[in-house]
Design a protein. Structure first.
Length: 107
């Protein structure tokens, strides 16, 4: 986690206003590159619960957040670690637009 935070802090120069309030699961492959970005089921927009207008708006916000996360991790490579397995991390933004990376595994 500290290595990922260090790599991101070197290029923390994005100027977009960030309105991402969901938690994301980031899946990294054996080569250390970002493979997938998933959102928790409880944060997914509900079509029948919220209505079509809010559903479309939430989906659009989530797509923008995923794009921002992909841009952050585009050049961040952990290939030098010679990983044997892929791994995942929990990623979230706070209300100030600062990111937080966490490991949810129990060791």
């Amino acid at each position: 986690d500290k290595l990922l935070e260090y790599e991101l802090s070197k290029k923390n120069n994005f100027s977009k206003e960030i309105n991402c309030y969901s938690d994301f699961n980031l899946y990294f492959g054996k080569n250390g590159k970002l493979k997938k970005i998933k959102i928790y089921d409880c944060d997914k927009p509900q079509l029948f619960g919220d209505g079509l207008e809010y559903y479309i708006e939430d989906k659009k916000d989530i797509m923008i957040c995923k794009k921002i996360i992909r841009e952050l991790f585009k050049e961040t490579g952990l290939g030098f670690l010679k990983l044997k397995y892929g791994f995942y991390r929990k990623f979230s933004f706070n209300y100030k637009g600062e990111y937080h990376i966490a490991d949810d595994n129990f060791y």
